[in-house]
Design a protein around this ligand. Structure first.
Ligand code: ADP
Length: 397
C-alpha cells in the first residue's frame, strides 16, 4: 500500500511517498516557485536526487509532473499503486477535531476559514484541487495543524477579552504544530510503553510551540489565535504586550499591519540579535573571538530565547501537576546542544539534570537527561509526513 503526504504552500508543493508496509519513504521532493519565474523541482529516491527547472504555472502542473516522474523514474509501476493522498491542512477552526476524508464540505470550510490562515488555507485548497483533477478516484484525507489542540478546555483556549469577540468572531487560542505534537506524544508513549504520560512537548524550529499533553491529549499550547504567540522564535516575537502595537505605530508612523509584519518577520532571534534568525549563527557569534558588541548581541538573544521556552515549560509543569517527560523536537530541539543545555540548566530547580555527553545528539531519538534527573528529557525527531500518511491509511482502510 502506498500513500503520498502533501504539504502545499502558495508557491510550493512538498511530497513524501510512503510504502505503508514498512512505513518507509520511497521518494520525496519539492516543487518550488509555482506560478513564479524560475520554477523547479527536486525529487529524491533510491539514494539519488534530481533537480530540474520546469514550467510550473499551477499546482496542477506540479502534480502532473510529480505523478509522471514517479512512473518514469520507476519509483512505482503505475498510478494505480497510489492508494491515498494525505494533505497537511493548517486551519480547521473548532470544527475539525481530527483528521477526515476530504469532501466538498472540507474544501468549502478551508475557504470559509481563510481569514484565520490567509497564507495557508488557500494554498492547501490549491493542493487538493490539483490532486482532484489528476487523480480523481483516489481518496484524500485532510490532517489539520489545529486539530490536536481541540481538546483544550475553555480555561486554556479563551482569552480574557470581551466574550463577544469569541462568540461572534472566533477570537480564541487555536494552537498550531498539532500534527508534530501528536507524533511526539505517540512516539514517546510507545517508546516508554505508557499511555498515561504527562508530556511537555517542545517543538522548536524556526517557528516554535510548547504543548502540555496528558494521556495523549493536548491540555494547553503556547501558540494562540495565530502562530505569532507563545515562545520567542526565529523572526517572530512570541508573546508581547499588545499596547506596543499602537505605541510603535505612532512612533514609527506605521499602520497596524506593518507593525504586525515586523513582529512576524523582524523580531525574535533576528530582531534582538541584529545578527541572524538562525540559532547556529547566534551560537557561533557567542563563541567566537568576535568583537565584544557582537557577542553581547548574540548573548542577549540566546538568553531571552531560552528564557521564554523555560517559562512555558515551567507553566505547563504546574498545569500538568508535574511532568513525566520533556521532549525536544524540530530544527533546534533536535539539533542544538547549547539551546537544550541552557533550557535544562534553567529547569534545575525542578530537578532536571542533563547528561552532557548524550546531549550532543543530533536528529536521533535519545534520552539526554542523566539517570538521576527528576524528569527524563528526550530528543524525539518529529515526522509530520508519516503522521499524515498514518492518518490517511486509517481513514481510507
Ligand atoms: P521550520 O519551523 O521552518 O520548520 P525547522 O524545524 O527546520 O524550521 O528549524 C529550522 C531552525 O532550526 C533553523 O533556523 C536553526 O535555527 C535551527 N537549526 C537547524 N539545525 C541546527 C543545528 N545543527 N544547530 C542549531 N540549530 C539548528
Amino acid at each position: 500500500m502506498k500513500i503520498i503526504s502533501i504539504n502545499a504552500g502558495s508557491s510550493s508543493l512538498k511530497f513524501s511517498l510512503f510504502n505503508m508496509d514498512d512505513k518507509k519513504v520511497i521518494a520525496s521532493g519539492l516543487f518550488e516557485r509555482i506560478g513564479i519565474d524560475g520554477s523547479s523541482y527536486t525529487i529524491k529516491y533510491n539514494g539519488e536526487k534530481i533537480k530540474t527547472e520546469a514550467e510550473l504555472a499551477t499546482h496542477t502542473d506540479a502534480v502532473k509532473i510529480l505523478l509522471d516522474k514517479l512512473v518514469t523514474l520507476n519509483i512505482i509501476k503505475s498510478l494505480d499503486e497510489i492508494d491515498g493522498v494525505g494533505h497537511r491542512l493548517v486551519h480547521g477552526k473548532d470544527k475539525y477535531k481530527e483528521s477526515c476524508l476530504i469532501t466538498d464540505e472540507v474544501v468549502n470550510d478551508l475557504i470559509a476559514f481563510k481569514d484565520f490562515a490567509p497564507l495557508h488555507n488557500p494554498a492547501n485548497v490549491l493542493g487538493i484541487e490539483a490532486f482532484r483533477e489528476v487523480l480523481p478516484n483516489v481518496p484524500m484525507v485532510g490532517v489539520f495543524d489545529t486539530a490536536f489542540h481541540q481538546t483544550m478546555d475553555e480555561e486554556a483556549y479563551l482569552y480574557p477579552v470581551p466574550y463577544s469577540w469569541y462568540k461572534e468572531h472566533g477570537v480564541r487560542k487555536y494552537g498550531f504544530h498539532g500534527t508534530s505534537h501528536r507524533y511526539i506524544a505517540k512516539t514517546i508513549s510507545e517508546k516508554l510503553g505508557r499511555d498515561d504520560l504527562r508530556i511537555i512537548s517542545c517543538h522548536v524550529g524556526n517557528g516554535g510551540s510548547i504543548t502540555a499533553i496528558k494521556d495523549g491529549k493536548c491540555v494547553d499550547t503556547s501558540m494562540g489565535f495565530t502562530p505569532l504567540a507563545g515562545i520567542m522564535m526565529g523572526t517572530r516575537s512570541g508573546d508581547v504586550d499588545p499596547s506596543i502595537i499602537t505605541y510603535v505605530m505612532e512612533q514609527e508612523g506605521l499602520n497596524a499591519k506593518e507593525v504586525i509584519d515586523d513582529l512576524n518577520k523582524k523580531s525574535g532571534l533576528l530582531g534582538l540579535s541584529e545578527i541572524s534568525s538562525d540559532m547556529r549563527d547566534i551560537v557561533s557569534a557567542m563563541d567566537s573571538e568576535d568583537e565584544e558588541e557582537k557577542k553581547a548581541k548574540a548573548r542577549r538573544a540566546f538568553l531571552k530565547y531560552t528564557r521564554t521556552v523555560t517559562n512555558y515549560i515551567a507553566e505547563y509543569y504546574v498545569i500538568l501537576g508535574g511532568a513525566d517527560v520533556i521532549c525536544f523536537t524540530a530544527g533546534l530541539g533536535e539539533n542544538s546542544e547549547p539551546f537544550r543545555k541552557k533550557v535544562c540548566e534553567n529547569l534545575a530547580c525542578l530537578g532536571v539534570k542533563l547528561d552532557s555527553e548524550a546531549n550532543k545528539v543530533m536528529g536521533e531519538f535519545k534520552k539526554i537527561s542523566s539517570d538521576d534527573s527528576a524528569i527524563p528529557v528526550y530528543v524525539v525527531p518529529t515526522d509530520e509526513e508519516l503522521m499524515i500518511a498514518l492518518d490517511t491509511l486509517k481513514l481510507i482502510s
